[in-house]
Design a protein around this ligand. Structure first.
Ligand code: FES
Length: 133
């Protein structure tokens, strides 16, 4: 059975703002990108993959699209989804993305951040037993 996004994710931001707690959020979308870096020889981490490159790419695209101030992307420590990394989480939905690379950032910004449609192919499905624990 294919994984489907929860229906509330497809409601417009205006509707969600009126009908929920979102009125107090500072940003329409807040993106946290794992840049955790572990010691050499330790478990793999997003920082050694492309964490900082992802931060730079998100910031570049948000600025180019004049979204700075409405949306924010920032580095974060370990998101506890290391085996899926490089990992990114987008709030207010709390959608986790895994295996993200710099070529995916534009799609996440345009499809999810601007049009409220999460990029399903990159979403981590925590209910799928076949994905890493
Ligand atoms: S090191 Fe990135 S999620 Fe843990």
């Amino acid at each position: 059975m294919a994984f489907r996004c929860p229906p509330f994710l497809f409601l417009s931001l205006e509707v969600r703002r009126k009908e929920s707690y979102l009125w107090y959020m500072k940003y329409d979308k807040h993106v946290f990108i794992c840049t955790n870096q572990r010691a050499e020889g330790a478990r793999k981490s997003c920082g050694e993959a492309c964490g900082m490159e992802l931060v730079a790419e998100f910031k570049k695209i948000l600025k180019a699209k004049n979204l700075k101030g409405r949306m924010r992307a920032q580095k974060a420590g370990c998101l506890d989804t290391c085996d899926y990394g490089p990992s990114v989480v987008v709030y207010p939905e709390g959608v986790f993305y895994g295996g993200v690379n710099t070529e995916d950032v534009k799609e996440i910004v345009e499809q999810h951040l601007i049009n409220d449609k999460p990029v399903e192919r990159l979403m981590i499905n925590f209910n799928n037993e076949n994905q890493p624990a």
